[in-house]
Each structure stands twice: as C-alpha cells, then as structure tokens.
Write a protein that binds this ligand. Structure first.
Ligand SMILES: [Zn+2]
Length: 256
C-alpha cells in the first residue's frame, strides 16, 4: 500500500511538473539564476532582474517583451535561454514542433562572456587536442568560462570510445568561425569559439534538406559525452543540426 501511495505521489508531482512549461516555472532569476552562477565563473550574482559580472557591469535578465518563438530567436533576452528545458541524456527522438532548447541566445550575454568583437574573441582562443590518441589535431576554442577545458574533457572521453565511433569524430568540420547563422544576420555561436561541428558527411541540417525530415546518424554515446560536460546538441532541436554541439552549461542542472 505504501508503495502504491508513493507511486501515486510521484505521478501527481510528475503531472504537476509536466503541466508547467519551463517559462512559467516561477521567477526566472530564482529558478535559473543559480545555473548561470554555478556554471559561468564571471557571473557573480543574479538579482533584481539583473545579471552581474566580475567586472562590476550587469545585463538585464528579463526584458519583459511578450515574444513569439520566432521573436525570441531573433531578440532573446537572458531569460529566454531557459524558455525550453533541454532534455539532457534523454533517448534520441524526433523533437516536437518548434522545440529548440538552446537555440535562444542573448547576444549581449555571449559577447560579455566570450568577447565583444572578432579580435576580442580571437584573443581568448586556445588550442585543445582533439582525440589525443586517435588523431591529435589541434582545435581552437574559447578559454573563457571553462569552455575549452570542457571541450578537452569531452575529447579525452570520446578518444576512449571503441574504434567504430571514430568515423563520426575525425574530420571535424569547424570550431571557431566568425560568421552569421546561415540565412540570418545573427552571429553564430561559432563566432564566439564555443561550438563544434562534427564531420558534415554524417549530418542532417534542416536548412540543407529540401523537405523537413528529421534523421540522425550520430550515436547516442557521443551525444551523452558532450551533454555530460555542458554541451547542447543540435540533434535535440526541431530545427535540427545534428553535427552541431555548443557549450551552454546553463542548460544543465549538473555539469561534470
Ligand atoms: Zn555548428
């Protein structure tokens, strides 16, 4: 009976959680502020609707504009980073319509964290060793906010996967590239040196497909290694980009 009562309680709690979209889950600074604080060393406080940085400056958290998903994509405020909860370590499945957790990015925050201009970002780039035992190639990544250190951890772990995984991991398409997102004027996360594209031979990208058809070839083991270290994967998005991984630790409760 105890067991049945417990199961009932779990069901009720789960149902209650499921009925609240992430966006409505209370004052965002209380819910999500700790994640910014926890995972970004230069964020020092989130209070009074502001995100404070180590250099004494701040950015607004919730700019309060009612926004459609499309407007959020184009003009996300920091709160919008958390508009959709990222399904870390979940089984891989076609995402629901317009479910794009991690695609909302506040440009001012990324500029603050990683460099405001191309030359500022370039000064923060360091080399990491990709697959030390299997390939040993050097890749450029941003050293701020532990991004490069986390990619090195990912690389070291991927390097220990069995040989059949290496075909997905060799011939990396790109890391740092200062450019807009295809079809937009917004800067790509590659511009900040916080994103990596695997070999484009194995990828599916919604903009390249004639017709919308979600497909994925990237093994779950690879996705999970990235996710455990704070990288979101474009294969979790309705607007899929299955070669794309991006350092976005605020999307995770826990990062190794
Ligand atoms: Zn990419």
């Amino acid at each position: 009976m105890k067991h049945a009562w417990f199961s009932f309680c779990v069901l009720v709690v789960c149902a209650a959680l499921a009925s609240f979209p992430a966006e409505a889950a209370g004052p965002a600074s209380a819910q999500d502020g700790p994640r910014l604080l926890l995972h970004y060393p230069s964020v020092k406080a989130v209070k009074d609707n502001k995100v404070f940085f180590a250099d004494g400056t701040w950015l607004p958290y919730d700019e309060g504009k009612p926004q459609t998903l499309r407007q959020k994509l184009e003009h996300a405020d920091i709160k919008d980073h958390f508009a959709q909860a990222y399904p870390a370590l979940a089984p891989i499945a076609p995402p629901a319509l317009d479910f794009d957790p991690g695609r909302f990015r506040n440009d001012a925050l990324l500029k603050k964290l990683y460099g405001a201009t191309k030359s500022e970002v370039e000064k923060n780039l360091v080399k990491i060793t990709w697959l030390p035992a299997n390939e040993g190639k050097k890749l450029l990544f941003n050293c701020r906010e532990n991004a490069a250190a986390q990619l090195q951890k990912v690389s070291n772990e991927l390097d220990r996967l069995p040989p059949q995984y290496m075909k997905y991991l060799k011939n990396i398409d790109s890391t740092f590239q200062y450019r807009p997102i295809q079809g937009t004027t917004r800067l790509s996360p590659h511009s900040y040196g916080i994103a990596i594209d695997l070999d484009n031979k194995n990828t599916h990208y919604w903009l390249w497909d004639q017709k919308y058809r979600y497909e994925n070839l990237i093994p779950r083991e690879i996705v999970e290694i990235f996710e455990r270290h704070g990288f979101v994967w474009g294969g979790r998005w309705y607007h899929y980009d299955t070669m794309h991984f991006e350092y976005r630790p605020e999307m995770f409760a826990e990062v190794q």
